[in-house]
Ligand binder design. Structure first.
Ligand code: NAD
Ligand code: MG
Length: 402
């Protein structure tokens, strides 16, 4: 799924599009673009709702096209960019159009399944796709992989663990790979008791000890669902069986991923917990950039710790493995239920432990046995699983339970 060594490097400047430009990964991408003067030209930028932030980025990076997912912001965006010559559009289709425009590389950094159609638009024109948006690969699974193969697109993993394994594979080769290790920081609740976790507030869940990220993935890191989604992501990217993907809690977050080869060698990729490192790797692939990102000081770090994840306090990891083993619609349902539950938790409508409980309920429903035949089928199942989970939340609220 991921590429081997190509015969030639990039031709600078490289033309790129950033989907989800106003988010955490999108901004980190544009930080690098600003630092690497003359290396990149921006074809298109997209955002969800934050009109002013998107307009400010457009004024700085001068893309040809800007798209806002929320149609309600169209008039304001047009006004803010009047006189710049930048083409402006809004609505879901406009985001898809941004991805379809002729950029050599597309950074897919929308959060959630909302990124599936735009990311596929880039895949379908055979682009280099720097993939941060793990939910689209989790949700559409084999169908997404088939699209990548059919259109000769290239997936460059941006998720730090997968990027680490991708880099390690350059030193060992996919043929000799035995298994991989994905590291997890353990999140803010690594040392909390189950009772304390049950009372955790959104604010506490958002206080991640090592990474600064968007709200959804930060909550996923607190439940360890993020690592569960990453197991499914790794399965598709590296064509590995679920049992060949190990998860180890590593609180320092400096070893991001490890490839174990058939001769017993382990190749790990290390670096400070800064997304600009995997993003830089993907942006310049198969070359490398010279960045100003902080270097890791091993003596300051002093030690590396590893521990097993606790299955009792973090059931999400088991649920993701079960969904991957079950196949069919289960990963789609897992992802959809999780997106709805995380949003409800952030709005204070459910408790922290309800997130995994709601995902488990959705996986136990008949929906998980559905077999989506195409991408439209995936999106329809995603919508059904969302409705199912919303109904469970409403029912629990009606009965007074949390
Ligand atoms: P974020 O919430 O900070 O940003 C999300 C972006 O998507 C924003 O630009 C937002 O406007 C846009 N968006 C939201 N809803 C949209 C919609 N319906 N249509 C179009 N655009 C929409 O999220 P993030 O932390 O940058 O994460 C982005 C993706 O990258 C996620 O899939 C996440 O799992 C993955 N990822 C993030 C990190 C990280 O460090 N933040 C690390 C690894 C992987
Ligand atoms: Mg990750």
């Amino acid at each position: 799924m991921i590429p081997g060594e190509p015969c030639s490097g990039p031709h600078w400047p490289r033309r790129i599009t950033v989907l989800g430009a106003t988010g955490s990964v999108g901004r980190a991408t544009l930080d690098l673009v600003a630092e690497q003067k003359g290396r990149f030209e921006v074809e298109a930028l997209t955002g969800g709702r934050r009109v002013r932030e998107l307009a400010a980025l457009a004024r700085t990076f001068r893309p040809r096209f800007v798209a806002l997912a929320d149609p309600a912001g169209y008039a304001e965006l047009r006004e803010l960019l009047a006189g710049t010559g930048i083409e402006v559009a809004a609505g879901e289709e406009a985001v898809v159009e941004a991805a379809a425009r002729p950029a050599e590389l597309v950074m897919a950094a929308v959060v959630g399944v909302a990124g599936l159609r735009p990311t596929l638009a880039a895949v379908r024109r055979g682009a280099l796709v720097a993939l941060a948006n793990k939910e689209c690969l989790v949700s559409a699974g084999e169908l997404f992989v088939r699209e990548v193969e059919t259109h000769d697109a290239v997936l460059l993993p941006v998720d730090s663990e997968h990027n680490a394994v991708f880099q390690a594979l350059a030193g060992g080769g996919r043929r000799h790979l035995e298994r991989i290790v994905l590291t997890a920081s353990g999140g803010p609740f690594r040392t909390w008791s189950a009772e304390e976790m049950a009372r955790a507030t959104p604010e506490q869940a958002l206080a991640h000890p090592s990474w600064r990220m968007g709200a959804k993935i930060t909550v996923d890191s607190a439940t360890l669902m993020n690592k569960g989604l990453e197991i499914i992501e790794a399965h598709h990217l590296f064509q590995l069986d679920e049992r060949e993907i190990e998860v180890v809690v590593h609180p320092q977050s400096v070893i991001h991923g490890i490839a174990l080869f058939t001769d017993g060698s382990m190749l790990a990729q290390m670096g400070p917990p800064d997304m600009r490192i995997p993003i830089a790797h993907a942006l310049a692939w198969p070359s490398r950039l010279c960045t100003s990102v902080r270097r890791l000081d091993l003596l300051e770090l002093g030690r590396l710790d590893f521990e097993p994840p606790d299955p009792a306090r973090f059931p999400a990891l088991r649920l993701a493995r079960e969904a991957l083993r079950a196949g069919d619609g289960a990963p789609t349902v897992l992802n959809a239920a999780n997106e709805v539950a995380v949003a409800a938790f952030l709005e204070g409508r459910i408790g922290f432990r309800d997130i995994a409980r709601l995902v488990e309920e959705a996986l136990a429903s008949a929906l998980a046995c559905a077999v989506p035949r195409d991408i439209e089928g995936v999106l329809a199942l995603d919508a059904e699983a969302r409705a199912f989970t919303r109904a469970r939340i409403a029912a629990a609220a009606g009965s007074g339970a949390s």
